[in-house]
Design a protein around this ligand. Structure first.
Ligand code: ADP
Ligand code: MG
Length: 635
């Protein structure tokens, strides 16, 4: 019998047994693939020596092109050339229409509201398009490493939600690769610098790419890297630098006519090249002739710095917010990692370093650092470094919870909780004899369900009929390492259960997470007041209903007519309070009604005991007046 082999800790695995693993940075603008060869993580170049693959796919009648050539055809063939597909991953067609004219494609709806893009060769979903980019990268790796890959790690932004992560996994499945794990981009960057085995502390990862800006704060503690907070702006990046520089060029040229779409594209391409040259030269000569548009002159780095200053400042503001959000002081941050091609711009580096008050780590190209970290992680996960035990924790960008009575959102797992995470919470029934419960899973920070995002609904049926508040329903929320959520509900006395895996067809629309977080701060006071009022009304309604039922059942048998009238009047008084908006008055009214009915409750208890002694089951004893305030919430 063959024995399983285990290497000595710290020793390299026998080359014969080495598995082929790669890390993929599937970027909005550029994508890369990297692998650990002879102990060193390297990005793999294509036949021309280019390691960056522009994330562009051009569909032709019976073939397709991926990369630089596709990117260059964007101006002449915009409908069939798909750029920045990452922005569309996991998004519904409604979300995409909100992108407005930034997406020049023709969308056709398909099943489950997922959009497809109409091209000459057919209708393709964003997942299909991403799969083409992945296939191209994987083919590059297969060739370089002379064999099929055993597994890959693909990076995603830390804020990607379930739908966006699922869409990324789907793209990998279509591309025929085994995903070992989805890894957050900032975490990958920290790993590339070896910070996961460095000193404990907080790491800021500033990622300014082509079209997006992300700031992430990670904490390394006891060998675990945890994302503390994320922030950023999904519409800020190097493309905006190109835009302001193109406007400057058009101004400087004195060209007054409206530029055609093709001319504008061409000027933007020129601007991009000038911008990139300005990262290593303090002045660049310009000589542009694009059809009728022409400009000869030069631009200095100082002028360019002034043009982009408001954009850089915008990113610094987001950093400030993230630091505050994580409850940190700037002095808590011990390492700064720069990621993304746009951090090659010198004034970006100096402003970010000035803000954090520390120098950025260097040594790895900012546009390769994510792929390199992913490759290191893939190498470990595939088993090539058996000695390494690296546990990575990521974080939930938004709180997950359930709808409770009155349309309130009850948070089960709060935002910024490290994942994988699991949490149970007990709920109970609201109505007499309720046998089914609608579990409505929501995401967001606001107190009212209508202000949160609905993720899924499912029903738990087969709850045995009991008095309100007697059934015990345990709801389990589980978020796996990739951020996918499963929710299950179980009625404890019978074990009947129901569950749902949340793979919503709709992702969050652009900027929505930032918007949702901002709203939760803006409306915090209002929300808290609304919650107090709703809770007061729900509790008052419950007490009224229980007392009315009890009066109907046993009032005449146990009370004098005058006492019944007093209690009925007290109910009416509380009903009037409920229609007002003073939650304190409602709570006081509820308490008064509870006290006024105490004697009646006692009499009923005696009656129930007498009945039980007369051969009736004790289970029929009413618990209408149970007032345990620690009791879980009513649904
Ligand atoms: P993404 O993460 O969005 O895929 P990248 O990290 O590859 O993007 O960054 C792409 C952006 O970086 C582009 O706007 C590109 O112009 C810019 N960029 C690349 N090299 C340089 C450079 N030397 N100087 C300034 N900007 C650069
Ligand atoms: Mg990137």
């Amino acid at each position: 019998m063959a024995l399983l082999q285990i290497t000595e800790p710290g020793k390299a695995v026998d080359p014969q047994l080495r598995k082929r693993a790669a890390g993929i940075d599937l970027g909005t603008t550029n994508s890369l693939i990297a692998s650990v060869c002879a102990g060193v993580a390297k990005t793999l170049p294509d036949q021309n020596g280019d390691y960056m693959l522009p994330s562009a796919v051009r569909y032709l009648a019976d073939t397709l092109i991926v990369g630089a050539e596709a990117q260059q055809s964007a101006a002449e063939d915009p409908l069939n050339t798909i750029l920045s597909v990452k922005r569309m991953m996991g998004r519904g067609i409604d979300d995409l229409s909100r992108f407005g004219n930034r997406l020049p494609y023709e969308f056709v709806p398909s099943d489950a509201g997922m959009p497809r893009i109409r091209t000459v060769s057919g209708d393709w979903s964003p997942v299909n398009v991403s799969a083409e980019i992945l296939k191209t990268l994987v083919a590059r790796a297969t060739e370089t490493l002379s064999g099929d890959l055993d597994g890959v790690v693909i990076t995603v932004p830390a804020y990607f939600d379930d739908a966006q992560r699922q869409a990324t996994r789907d793209a990998a499945r279509l591309a025929g690769v085994e995903v070992l794990r989805l890894l957050n981009e900032p975490t990958a960057a920290a790993i590339a610098y070896g910070l996961d085995s460095g000193e404990e502390g907080v790491i800021a990862v500033y990622d300014l790419g082509g079209g997006t800006f992300d700031i992430s704060l990670l904490r390394l503690q006891k060998g675990v890297l945890e994302v503390l907070a994320t922030g950023g702006n999904s519409a800020l990046g190097g493309d905006d630098f190109d835009q302001v520089l193109a406007e400057w060029l058009i101004d400087a040229s004195g060209y007054t006519k409206q530029l055609s779409h093709a001319q504008l594209r061409a000027v933007l391409m020129q601007a991009r090249s000038i911008k990139e040259q300005l990262s290593s030269n303090s002045e660049v000569d310009i000589d542009i002739i694009e059809r009728k548009f022409s400009y000869q002159g030069s631009i200095t780095r100082d002028t360019f710095n002034q043009l982009i200053e408001p954009l850089v400042e915008e990113s610094i503001k987001a950093c400030r917010r993230a630091v505050r959000d994580a409850g940190l002081a700037l002095t808590d941050i011990s390492n700064l990692v720069l990621v993304g091609g746009s951090t090659r711009v010198p004034c970006v580096v100096s402003e970010v370093e000035a803000f954090f008050g520390i120098s950025a780590l260097d040594g790895i190209d900012p546009d390769r650092v994510v792929a390199i970290g992913a490759a290191i992680q893939a190498n470990i996960l595939v088993g090539n470094r058996a000695d390494d035990e690296m546990l990575l924790l990521d974080v939930l960008p938004l709180s997950l919870g359930l709808e409770t009575v009155g349309g309130l959102a009850e948070k089960v797992i709060p935002r910024n909780t490290a994942i994988p995470a699991a949490k149970t919470q007990e709920f109970t029934t609201y109505a007499e004899g309720q046998t089914a419960m609608l579990i409505h899973v929501v995401q967001g920070e606001r107190e009212l369900v209508e202000d949160c995002r609905s993720l899924a609904r499912f029903e738990l049926t087969g709850i045995p009929p009991m008095t309100a508040g007697a059934a015990r329903i345990e709801v389990l929320f589980q978020v796996d390492a990739d951020g996918l959520l499963s929710v299950s509900a179980r009625e404890l006395s019978t074990g009947t259960n129901a569950s749902v895996l949340v793979k919503p067809s709709y992702g969050l629309s652009d900027n929505e997470i930032t918007g949702m977080l901002k709203a939760s701060f803006d409306y915090a006071a209002e929300d808290a007041a609304q919650r107090s009022l709703t809770e007061a009304r729900v509790e008052a309604g419950r007490v009224i209903e229980a007392l009315s039922n009890a009066l109907d059942a046993d009032g005449e048998a146990l009370l004098k007519a005058n006492d019944i009238k007093l209690l009925r009047d007290a109910i009416q008084t509380l009903e009037r309070l409920i229609s007002g908006t003073d939650y304190k008055a409602i709570n006081e009214g509820t308490e008064r009604l509870g006290m006024a009915s105490e004697d009646f409750a006692g009499l009923r208890m005696d009656l129930a005991i007498r009945r039980a002694l007369a051969g009736r089951r004790i289970g029929e004893v009413d618990q209408d007046f149970e007032q345990d305030s620690n009791k879980s919430r009513y649904r």
